[in-house]
Design a protein around this ligand. Structure first.
Ligand code: 13P
Ligand code: SF4
Length: 319
């Protein structure tokens, strides 16, 4: 629509005026991903978003995604202004892991190395030895396991369980889940597989173990897009937020992509997987943030210094 086009032009202009760059996650709206692409920003998974923001020399980072992504950007780049289209966009994993309860859990397992998923608050990260995203979680745990360390993992029990099964590491798990990925159903996936036996199944590891068990590939959003290109199959069934289809279809225009079946609690459609918090990022509030500086992220200095250490370990980690 014409009003979207006017808004897009406005955002492009404001990005220049503020020497700002747009960093968007694959789960945000197509229009936002396209804008990030066209304006020299990035569309990426959580780890790449963090790396891109930290390296970029813009004065302002506009982070389209959910709150932990903005907080991570601010922790890594305190000198930059970090704006988000809305500060309301949270994550069920973050909500399900309050810092005080988490701290008590750590105290109860003080002999363990604390590894937290990036989908957590700055306060939870501040209590951790390591932060990881799904793209390097297995490698980091293998590294710690080789050093003989026992692990406390939080908050995603499905990702934690996946890592545990894959590595055999000694891990205690926090009981959290992503409300989007938890809805994928093994039965529905098996039925779809029966219709398209030649299709490959790509699954994000925040999904339940029964769904992961049916996967040909398990990985972060970027890893799933990469494997969509590499897999020989021309039909792909994808179990992650449907926002990923924008870039995945661009990457494999000749292939047919199917959404893995869910129980039907999508944010904008009844039977699709779509994160309600990612969906809060729209052109209107993105323009608003740039125009009036709303949605600015601040992180307390003491917390920031503490959360920076485990985040830097992640960014500096090399196998
Ligand atoms: P990745 O993009 O790192 O795979 O994480 C997915 C996610 O949880 C974002 O909400
Ligand atoms: Fe959190 Fe799941 Fe939404 Fe990602 S998709 S932000 S993990 S609730």
């Amino acid at each position: 629509p014409a009003e979207d086009e006017a808004r897009i032009d406005d955002i492009k202009r404001l990005l220049k005026v503020h020497n700002a760059v747009l960093v968007a996650h694959y789960y945000t709206d197509d229009a936002i991903q396209q804008l990030a692409e066209e304006t020299g920003g990035c569309v990426a998974d959580s780890l790449e978003m963090a790396r891109f923001g930290a390296r970029h020399d813009a004065d302002t980072l506009v982070v389209a995604g959910v709150r932990f992504m903005g907080e991570t950007a601010k922790i890594l780049s305190p000198e930059k202004r970090v704006l988000m289209p809305t500060l309301e966009a949270t994550c069920s994993l973050d909500i399900g892991c309050p810092a005080d309860e988490f701290s008590a859990f750590c105290d109860a397992h003080s002999d363990r190395t604390v590894v937290v998923y990036a989908n957590t608050s700055a306060a939870v990260k501040a209590r951790a030895d390591w932060v990881v995203t799904s793209s390097i979680a297995v490698e980091v745990i293998e590294h710690l396991q080789a050093r003989g360390e026992k692990i406390l993992w939080a908050p995603d029990k499905h990702l934690g369980g996946f890592i545990q099964r894959k590595t055999g590491a000694d891990m205690v798990l926090w009981d959290g889940a992503c409300i989007v990925h938890e809805e994928f159903k093994a039965k529905g996936l098996e039925d779809l597989k029966a219709l398209y036996p030649e299709a490959a199944v790509l699954v994000h590891p925040e999904s339940p173990a029964s769904v992961v068990a049916l996967a040909d590939v398990v990985g972060s959003t970027s890893q799933l897009i990469k494997s969509a290109k590499e897999l020989a199959s021309n039909k792909l069934i994808v179990a992650t937020d449907r926002g990923i289809f924008f870039k995945m279809q661009q990457a494999v225009p000749e292939k047919t992509l199917f959404e893995a079946p869910t129980a039907g609690t999508g944010a904008t459609c009844k039977s699709c997987a779509h994160c309600p918090w990612m969906a809060m990022n729209v052109l209107d509030n993105l323009a608003g943030a740039l125009r009036d500086g709303s949605g600015e992220i601040f992180v307390d200095d003491t917390l920031r210094a503490k959360a920076l250490k485990p985040l830097e370990r992640m960014l500096n980690f090399q196998r």
